[in-house]
Write a protein of this length. Structure first.
Length: 412
């Protein structure tokens, strides 16, 4: 991917996770990598645990993590070096944001990581994940650790006990970040409190805003295109036409779908185009119309069919076929532009804790769907988002659960 797509252009940042086990570091690291990749950065998570499993085997007893166990300490040091080396090589190969996922729970370990990165000309940002809420820790242990390769085939109660003993070893040696010369973000109890220190510039500002909105409260995010429009019937792109009779029928089906599932507490967002507003109106509930959700701007091609574009603008047609992500319609937008435009919408979707319905358009929903389902940006313009289908996404600690509901003929 050409570097010119991201800002700042010469980004070389290492994000170093810090915190005790089961605090949500890996969750935060993966979400952040996904968000930054979606925005167009080359971002990747390097997990020290994977290196530890490769070097020392996956099922080591908790005593391996005892700070007084010198064999364990040197094996863990080896794993840390190996993961940092992998990160370093990846950055040398053109990586932009390497996320170093480990406990990094002592001042000495953080100094070592920082010196290593700074010597290689990479900036370092620490993200310390602190969690004092026993119910969140308990949830993390049960939901994520028991499914970790460390405890394959283990008896669940024995695994929980072992993991608690492991946490206690880390707790013994844990030193929170106190050095105010460092660039850091402390996330306390899943965003209940955020402490930021020496955060400057565009990218780290985006990172702060993103992590501030993360939480793990399960809630459905329903994505649907508007009902079929008059332009859809004749295959013209863009425009601002009314719903067709089939589109009106879909909006009624959508009303039943929602009434079967939620009471009053739901947010409904539409674009400012008639086809989404009319679909939303049928629901008989309050809706908000957001310009940010308008369909990709087809510029001079608005109102044309694909066949007309191919006939009258063959070079543009070929250029779009060749690179649909980056092709920008003359006086219009590219998918990359749409991704940038939707950044604030994505943050709001992450922030919401209750059910939400987004009634929007094909390109816009491809873009949001690609983020939640972790599809690479290159695939985003080709994802299948049919008409008259509700996509239910439920973000979870690891990945997003998905279901689709057909509420009429699935056209397009
Ligand atoms: O055809 C419906 C539509 O929403 C158009 O308004 C829009 O230009 C198009 O889909 C986006 O899809 P694609 O990027 O595949 O052309």
């Amino acid at each position: 991917m050409p570097l010119g797509n991201t800002f700042p252009l010469n980004t070389r940042l290492v994000v170093v996770m810090v915190g005790l086990p089961a605090r949500g570091k890996t969750y935060t690291a993966r979400k952040l990598a996904r968000y930054l990749s979606w925005l167009g950065y080359r971002a990747h998570v390097f997990n020290v645990g994977n290196h530890r499993r490769r070097i020392s085997g996956s099922q080591v007893p908790h005593s391996f993590f005892d700070p007084d166990n010198s064999d364990g300490a040197s094996a863990r040091r080896l794993a840390a070096e190996s993961a940092l080396e992998e990160l370093h090589m990846w950055m040398e190969g053109g990586g932009q944001i390497g996320i170093y996922d480990a406990t990094n729970s002592t001042t000495a370990r953080r100094l070592w990581v920082r010196q290593h990165c700074e010597r290689a000309g990479m900036e370092v940002l620490f993200i310390e994940v602190i969690c004092n809420d026993p119910s969140i820790i308990e949830g993390n242990i049960r939901e994520t650790k028991l499914t970790s390769p460390d405890y394959v085939d283990a008896n669940p109660e024995a695994a929980v006990a072992d993991f608690r003993a492991r946490i206690a070893h880390y707790d013994q040696a844990y030193e929170p970040i106190i050095d105010d010369r460092l660039h850091y973000i402390k996330i306390i109890d899943l965003g209940r409190q955020l402490i930021i220190n020496r955060i400057e510039g565009f990218l780290t500002g985006r990172i702060v805003q993103f992590v501030a909105n993360l939480h793990t409260t399960p809630r459905p995010i329903w994505l649907t295109r508007h009902g079929q429009s008059e332009a859809n019937v004749v295959g013209r792109i863009g425009e601002d036409t009314n719903l067709s009779p089939a589109g009106v029928r879909f909006s009624r089906n959508l009303t039943r779908f929602l009434n079967d599932r939620v009471g009053d507490s739901i947010s409904i967002w539409t674009s400012t185009l008639k086809r989404t507003i009319q679909t939303g109106q049928a629901l008989g509930r309050p809706t908000s119309a957001l310009k940010l959700l308008d369909e990709i701007d087809a510029g001079v091609c608005d109102g044309m069919t694909y066949a007309e574009i191919q006939r009258t603008m063959p070079e543009d047609y070929a250029a779009r076929t060749e690179d649909k992500l980056r092709y920008r319609y003359p006086r219009g937008e590219s998918y990359e532009d749409v991704i940038r435009r939707l950044d604030p919408v994505l943050l709001e979707l992450e922030r919401q804790r209750g059910p939400i319905l987004v009634i929007a358009h094909q390109a816009v929903l491809r873009t949001l769907y690609a983020y939640f389902t972790d599809h690479p940006r290159e695939e985003c313009p080709h994802l299948h988002i049919p008409l008259h289908t509700v996509i239910e996404l439920t973000p979870k600690a690891y990945g997003t659960a998905e279901r689709q509901f057909r509420l009429g003929p699935g056209i397009g």
